[in-house]
Design a binder for this molecule. Structure first.
Ligand code: MN
Length: 335
């Protein structure tokens, strides 16, 4: 059974250096978190030396990492530096894939803060660099992908068949207040709160009505949302019934909120090594919309792979989650 891990981080040294430099000028919770993370020598090495992970992949039988630029991506920077660092990261990624074409595939980094240039970078990534989608590290300066200014990015992703991996980041400035203590700004809680907010905005704004072929991927078993789908529908219908859409500045969707999760959204198991939730998400979204991931180097390959192999699921389901769903969605050549 081929095993493809689909939310695996890497980072060019120049990107991490710029990030730490930026973090040193800021004192808010998100950047405090980044300073702790990206100064850690072992984590730095595991992110920047892409080939280092091959030994660990071999040890656990992981055939391929689908690589994406570490959070918060280039979205932390201004449009010029962000665009330049995205291109550099994508060149480095394409070089890693060229060195190990059966072991690595990649998602293009883009800076949505320069939407037209981001759209051009998606095209370069998909057509010239042989990448398999896009990674967007959630909000960009406190703005979300339901904002029409980002539509050129989504239009390019849809047109080029590039799935958008909506990876978490720490909450935006106007949200982070109550998340600023106890490490809650990070992956412990704030990342999921922020990423789930983001995709709910995208769904309720009708972004998938406008871009019906757009595919979005969420990590961490869908950031809690599979558990919430019936309530989204139920409360959306309630607003419809009571004439609430217009007063609340909403437009009517073509379909119920949950339906977009079955046609436009897929999830990965990144960082969620717990059998019950994995089975629940398979049951809720269907076995074609769930993919294996580790979240290297933040999570342990030694936790994720044995847990996955021990799941009591039909072999045909395991194979879909292990690799064939990722091959189909991202256009990765069958191994
Ligand atoms: Mn991750």
């Amino acid at each position: 059974m081929r095993l493809i891990a689909t939310e695996e981080a890497f980072a060019p040294r120049a990107f991490l250096d710029e990030l730490v430099k930026l973090a040193d000028t800021r004192d808010d919770a998100g950047y405090r978190y980044l300073r702790v993370m990206y100064r850690h020598p072992e984590l730095r090495q595991r992110l920047t030396d892409v080939d280092l992970r091959l030994a660990e992949m071999d040890e656990y039988g992981v055939d391929m990492h689908l690589l994406g630029l570490a959070t918060p991506g280039v979205q932390a920077f201004g449009p010029d530096l962000g665009t330049a660092l995205a291109a550099r990261a994508n060149d480095e990624l394409a070089a890693a894939v060229a060195r190990h074409p059966t072991r690595f595939a990649g998602l293009a980094a883009v800076g949505p803060q320069a939407p037209e240039r981001a759209a051009a970078e998606i095209e370069r990534g998909m057509t010239k660099l042989g990448l398999h989608g896009v990674i967007i590290n959630s909000h960009t300066g406190g703005e979300y992908l339901d904002n029409a200014k980002f539509f050129p990015v989504l239009e390019a992703a849809e047109a080029l068949g590039a799935p958008v991996y909506l990876h978490p980041t720490f909450p935006a400035d106007d949200m982070i207040g109550p998340y600023s203590d106890y490490g809650m700004m990070g992956a412990l809680w704030g990342f999921g709160a922020e990423a789930s907010l983001h995709i709910v905005r995208v769904v309720l704004a009708g972004v998938f009505d406008r871009f019906p072929a757009l595919q979005v991927v969420l990590g961490h078993l869908g950031e809690g949302l599979p558990f919430w789908l019936d309530r989204l529908d139920n409360r959306y219908r309630n607003l419809l019934r009571r004439g609430g859409l217009e007063p609340l500045g909403m437009r009517a969707l073509d379909r119920l909120p949950s339906e977009y999760f079955r046609t436009n959204i897929s999830v990965t198991t990144a960082g969620m090594n717990s059998p019950g939730p994995i089975r629940f998400v398979l049951d809720t979204l269907g076995e074609d919309r769930v993919m294996f991931a580790i979240d290297y180097p933040h999570e342990s390959t030694g936790d994720a792979v044995p847990l996955f192999r021990s799941l009591r699921l039909p072999q045909s389901t395991l194979e879909k989650v292990a690799s064939t769903n990722a091959e189909r969605l991202f256009g990765i050549a069958p191994g």
